[in-house]
Write a protein that binds this ligand. Structure first.
Ligand SMILES: [Zn+2]
Length: 66
């Protein structure tokens, strides 16, 4: 196992602006998954697309009590 000194493993602490997925919703989970994949690939425009979609999709979740 060799590591470069440049990039420590990224452990995703969700920044506050990243909307959290509802754990019981498949759509949320899929979007969060895509977002994590995009972030891992350094594709931040995709990350922000996913965030927009998640935010729009998930806002009704927050109004309804589970
Ligand atoms: Zn959802």
């Amino acid at each position: 196992m060799s590591t470069t000194t440049m990039s420590p493993p990224i452990d995703f602490p969700l920044p506050a602006k990243w909307p959290g997925p509802s754990p019981r919703c498949k759509v949320c989970r899929a979007l969060a998954d895509q977002r994590a994949t995009a972030a891992a690939a350094g594709d931040y425009s995709k990350v922000s697309d996913c965030n927009v979609e998640l935010r729009q999709h998930a806002s009704p979740h927050r109004r309804r009590r589970p």
